[in-house]
Design a protein around this ligand. Structure first.
Ligand SMILES: Nc1ncnc2c1ncn2[C@@H]1O[C@H](COP(=O)(O)OP(=O)(O)OP(=O)(O)O)[C@@H](O)[C@H]1O
Ligand SMILES: Cc1ncc(C[n+]2csc(CCOP(=O)(O)O)c2C)c(N)n1
Ligand SMILES: [Mg+2]
Ligand SMILES: [Mg+2]
Ligand SMILES: [Mg+2]
Length: 335
């Protein structure tokens, strides 16, 4: 707590942070009211659904405490844009809630705001509002993203049907491997591969262009954050179906392939590790063939939706691979 009248020269306090570093990130959108009001006012758009999503990130849990502040901010925005894309929504804006440790420096805050501003501009979005507090614990961030879809056309996790093709965008497992790369735990891998993977961990690529293109094509969609197998399990459960994934079809990046070939990681680690922020979707036969042929982003058919329940991952002989781990789970409170 600090009850004086403002920060000393060069310092950044709660209110100068909002006025000087965050207000420019509204990018002039009147809905944000210059970050000078109690709330933002977003005009309704008739004929459209507003899509709302929020994901939090905590130092040491979602990112490394010494990760560059600009990349932390950009990842925070991007993981939420990934959820909007998964619903077929176009992003509209963001609200930021931030709890900064008391020893945060002005330079750190400036770099964080610059990173957020860079990606808000890249995705053409305003910062609409937020909240700024201090914490005795680790840096804790939460971003709420707002998006829009034509009314009733948003994609859902339920809606996969037996016989549907199962597809993913991009490559799977780079994020989980990238965390190891960022921690310096892949010394046997070439430096360029380590850099590629660490970048995939620190800076996911939300599939914002792909998401809206899946409307009317995919029957069910989600983004992969906790791991392909676990997240697919959620999609299957709410759809009342099962899935069969052909392990050999799962797209791996060349660096991930090299790590796998070198015994530095198991296939299970890649399929279950999370931090992918790729789209996973089920579509009737042929429905996404033209999109896949366009190739940007790469789309790969990894399996089939089947009647029944549960996810099985099979090898080229059709033998089910034993997966001892599910995916990321934050906690399991025991009595
Ligand atoms: N604390 C909470 N309060 C209300 N709803 C919640 C809470 N936590 C999660 N949910 C809801 O549960 C559903 C699944 O959330 P989850 O966070 O697992 O999905 P996700 O954001 O796609 O995954 P990830 O968090 O791994 O990126 C969503 O509808 C989400 O809004
Ligand atoms: C330092 C560090 N350790 C572990 C992980 C792995 N991890 C943490 S949360 C999560 C799921 C998505 O988050 P949420 O479900 O909260 O949206 C994953 C895969 C990481 N990213 N960074
Ligand atoms: Mg979430
Ligand atoms: Mg999410
Ligand atoms: Mg999601």
């Amino acid at each position: 707590m600090d009850q004086d009248n403002g920060p000393a020269a060069g310092a950044v306090d709660e209110f100068s942070l909002i006025a000087d570093l965050f207000a420019p990130l509204t990018r002039g959108d009147p809905a944000a009211r210059g970050l000078c009001d109690d709330a933002a006012f977003l005009p309704a758009r008739p004929g459209w659904d507003t899509v709302l999503t929020v994901d939090a990130m905590v130092a040491g849990v979602h990112f490394l405490a010494d990760d560059p502040p600009d990349l932390i901010a950009r990842k925070l925005l991007r993981v939420n844009l990934s959820d909007l894309a998964a619903k077929g929504a176009a992003p509209v804006g963001a609200l930021l809630a931030a709890a900064f440790p008391r020893d945060v420096t002005p330079d750190w805050l400036r770099a964080f705001a610059a990173g957020l501003g860079r990606d808000l501009a890249a995705f053409d979005l305003p910062l609409l509002g937020g909240d700024t507090v201090a914490t005795p614990g680790p840096l804790t961030l939460s971003l709420t993203a707002l998006g829009r879809v034509p009314a009733g056309q948003g994609l859902e996790r339920r809606g996969a049907r037996p016989g549907d093709e199962l597809w993913v965008s991009g490559s799977i497992g780079d994020g989980a491997l990238g965390l190891r790369a960022a921690r310096g735990q892949l010394p046997a891998l070439a430096a360029a591969d380590v850099a590629f993977l660490a970048d995939r961990y620190r800076l996911p690529q939300p599939r914002v262009a792909l998401g809206p293109l899946l409307r009317g094509r995919a029957g069910a969609a989600m983004d992969i954050s906790d791991g392909l197998v676990q997240d697919l399990g959620h999609l299957c459960r709410v759809s009342g179906v099962g899935a069969r994934v052909e392990a050999a079809r799962v797209p791996l990046s060349p660096p991930a392939r090299r790590a796998l070939a070198g015994g530095m990681v198991t296939l299970a680690d890649l399929l279950c590790g999370g931090d992918d922020y790729e789209l996973l979707f089920a579509a009737p036969a042929g429905a996404v063939a033209a999109l896949a042929a366009a190739g940007d982003p790469p789309l790969t058919r990894i399996g089939t939706i089947v009647a029944g329940a549960g996810v099985s991952v099979v090898d080229q002989q059709g033998v089910t691979l034993p997966l001892t781990r599910g995916g990321w789970r934050h906690f399991r409170a025991a009595p």
